[in-house]
Design a protein around this ligand. Structure first.
Ligand SMILES: Cc1cc2nc3c(=O)[nH]c(=O)nc-3n(C[C@H](O)[C@H](O)[C@H](O)COP(=O)(O)OP(=O)(O)OC[C@H]3O[C@@H](n4cnc5c(N)ncnc54)[C@H](O)[C@@H]3O)c2cc1C
Length: 654
């Protein structure tokens, strides 16, 4: 139970008892109003939760959006001049608990009678996502990483150390502070870095949270079978239905309206927003606020300052470090109270937080056939194509590309394929075909580099790139939330003492969840609405797989590329401990569990593996315990924990 202010609370739940509940209407909700800054997923989700769960009249809800379009960083746009633009394609998970909680109530637009959730569920059941070629090299050849992690002893030790470190220990630490080349040369890092867009200078704390949050996906990471996708781009599949839901209920979206300031009365025990200043279609306006006027603020946006190019123009970033509409508002708030966070931690260096993506639009048969050769699927079948990203591991730009189900846009011509490409290294190095750094390239040049890495013969690349239409986008702050941070740099969703202020989106602090996800924005929105409006229903907790011994054992086996515990390359002392443990758990539910999960086999338990060097010690220890039932039970429990930790990491913290 998280108590933020007198009498009001928000609590987490798991299981489906609370999931099926419709909360009581909060007392006095008709008299309250909500002003939401930002129409990204967080802002729109806040509006939806206000309508569905807080049961606030829709007419009382206003969303301010500085752009002429909703959706923020969750996009998909067909620009008649430039072409199709997808800044990103959102990889999603079955355990985005708050998102599915919401989307079961939002009707689909393209499939009457379905919700966003039911549409997505059926689609991903019928056409599950998985990759048939995750990594290439040498111009489109399969690099045969073959679902292996290839972790060496030192890399495993470093992963263990990170996993067991506390959040406090990892405050302000970089990934490079906890890993070295032994780790960076593994397949694990290739998969991890390119799937989540982590750089070595990013937050070690966030990396740990990711490992814990997605421990249940260790098995599905190498071939991306852990992922699920919407049918169309996320603007059409998610944002448009949310907008319709809000507007049908009477909610208003005020476009071209930039909130420039929110002034608050603050003390250590009480914080209240008192007025909002905004510029609407060029006109300055003010709105006075009472305690009954709730303000939900998207503080910071990874999409701020996005610069678009086209087939013949490179995108040009025009903002400087720290500039951007959402950042400037957050800075003004942060100047009023330390509890409102430290935006400078996230937006101080565009070079550290940017990358570029581009959308290639092609109907060229030779290109389609080169794609099919790599991903072993017909790109125009309308079904899963690459099954997530394909990474060209020898690309100097560290380029990855993906093709989701075509058409990705409702209006896309049947014979066209849209490819999303991105590169992490956009500033310094020339391409392998194009002799320029990525950020200086036009759409056509970016396309050339991609064609090179999918194996198009070098003498045909220039001509084929001309036949495609490619739209690039530089995002100066796309990974700004991955910058090293400490507790307090992000404001709590509802700061202590707040009566009407909540922070939503990727730069608000909520425990255990990970940023750069659609879920994070929706979760913070749900927590914000439930807290400020006193909605008496549990917010689903972050999926607890890291606390599930089964998931830990499975992860341990997977991280050892399928090897059973006895085959793990452990020092003699640890092998001895495991051998002793195996004796103690022989013929128990724990030994059965290990066998079931592929961590051991029947014959491991009787007799146990011989460990000559330590045999004497083990034997005497076992004989001490073997007659005592209590000791056996106690040992069983200990062993379960030991197995779990050993299975996951099989190195003790050094
Ligand atoms: C390239 C890319 C790839 C991604 N890949 C994935 C993925 O694979 N899986 C996944 O789960 N998620 C992914 N995401 C993340 C996910 O899409 C975003 O985290 C999420 O959409 C953010 O939503 P938000 O509402 O928190 O913020 P934003 O979408 O950034 O929205 C903020 C909105 O608020 C507006 N705004 C801000 N300040 C003001 C102001 N002062 N006045 C008025 N308006 C304001 C902005 O204009 C913007 O529209 C990806 C995002 C990108 C960009």
């Amino acid at each position: 139970m998280v108590n933020y202010k007198g009498g009001q609370s928000m609590y987490y739940s798991s299981g489906n008892y609370e999931a099926f509940a419709k909360p009581e209407k909060p007392e006095g909700i008709e008299k309250k109003h909500a002003y939401i800054v930002g129409s990204g997923l967080a802002g729109l989700a806040a509006a939806c939760f206000l309508i569905r769960d807080a049961q606030m009249p829709g007419e009382n809800i206003t969303v301010f959006e500085s752009l002429p379009i909703a959706g923020g960083s969750c996009d998909g746009l067909h620009d008649p001049q430039k072409g199709y633009i997808m800044r990103g394609g959102r990889e999603m998970d079955n355990h985005f608990e708050c998102m599915w909680d919401l989307f079961r109530s939002i009707p689909s637009i393209v499939n009457p009678g379905e919700t966003i959730f039911s549409e997505y569920y059926k689609l991903n059941k019928e056409d599950p996502n998985y990759s048939l070629c995750r990594v290439t090299e040498k111009q489109g050849q399969d690099a045969h990483t073959d679902r292996q992690y290839g972790l060496n002893k030192n890399a495993e030790k470093q992963i263990l150390k990170l996993m067991l470190s506390t959040d406090e220990e990892l405050a302000d630490k970089k990934i490079d502070d906890v890993f070295d080349e032994d780790f960076y040369k593994t397949n694990f890092w290739i998969y991890w870095q390119t799937m989540f867009a982590f750089e070595k200078w990013h937050s070690a704390l966030e990396m740990k949270l990711y490992m814990q949050r997605y421990i249940h996906h260790i098995d599905g990471l190498p071939d991306l079978s852990a992922l699920r996708f919407t049918r169309y781009n996320q603007y059409e599949s998610m944002i448009l239905p949310m907008l319709k839901y809000i507007e049908d209920a009477g909610g208003k979206i005020a476009y071209n309206t930039q909130v420039t300031d929110i002034q608050c009365e603050t003390s250590p025990t009480r914080k209240a927003a008192r007025y909002i200043a905004y510029v609407q279609d060029g006109v300055e306006k003010y709105l006075e606020l009472t305690d009954d006027d709730f303000v939900f603020i998207t503080n910071g946006s990874q999409g701020d300052g996005s610069a678009y190019g086209d087939q013949t123009h490179a995108p040009e970033i025009t903002i400087k470090n720290g500039q951007g509409p959402s950042i400037e508002l957050w800075k003004k708030l942060a100047a009023q109270d330390d509890a409102f966070g430290h935006p400078d931690k996230f937006f101080k260096d565009i070079k550290e937080t940017s990358w570029e993506s581009w959308t290639v639009d092609t109907a060229n048969k030779q290109i389609l056939s080169a794609i099919e050769k790599i991903c072993h699927r017909d790109p125009l079948s309308g079904k899963v194509v690459t099954g997530g990203i394909v990474t060209a591991k020898d690309s100097s730009w560290l380029m990855s590309w993906t093709i989701n189900r075509q058409g990705q846009f409702v209006d896309q011509p049947d014979d066209h394929c849209l490819i999303w490409v991105y590169g992490l290294n956009c500033w310094d190095d020339d391409g392998d075909y194009v002799h320029k750094p990525m950020y200086k390239c036009t759409g056509e040049e970016l396309c050339q580099e991609w064609l090179y890495h999918i194996g198009i013969p070098v003498d045909e690349i220039d001509e084929l790139a001309k036949q495609c239409n490619t739209t690039p986008c530089m995002m100066p702050y796309v990974t700004s939330f991955f910058e090293p941070r400490a507790y307090g740099d992000r404001p709590l969703v509802v700061p202590v003492g707040s009566v009407n202020i909540a922070f939503v989106g990727q730069y608000a602090e909520t425990p255990r969840d990970t940023v750069f996800t659609t879920e994070y924005s929706i979760r913070t929105a749900m927590e914000a609405v439930y807290t400020l409006c006193n909605v008496d229903r549990g917010v689903p907790e972050v999926w607890g797989s890291v606390f599930d011994v089964r998931e830990l054992i499975k992860a341990g086996v997977k991280m050892n590329d399928g090897k059973m515990i006895k085959e793990w390359p452990l020092p003699a002392a640890q092998k001895a401990a495991i051998a002793a443990a195996f004796k103690l758990i022989n013929n128990t539910e724990i030994s059965k569990l290990l066998i079931r999960l592929g961590a051991a086999e029947k014959k491991d338990f009787a007799p146990i593996v011989e460990m000559p060097k330590v045999k004497v010690e083990v034997t005497s220890r076992v004989s001490e315990l073997k007659d005592s039932k209590t000791a056996k039970i106690g040992a069983g429990v200990t062993v379960a924990s030991l197995m779990a930790i050993a299975a996951l990491l099989h190195r003790k913290k050094s």
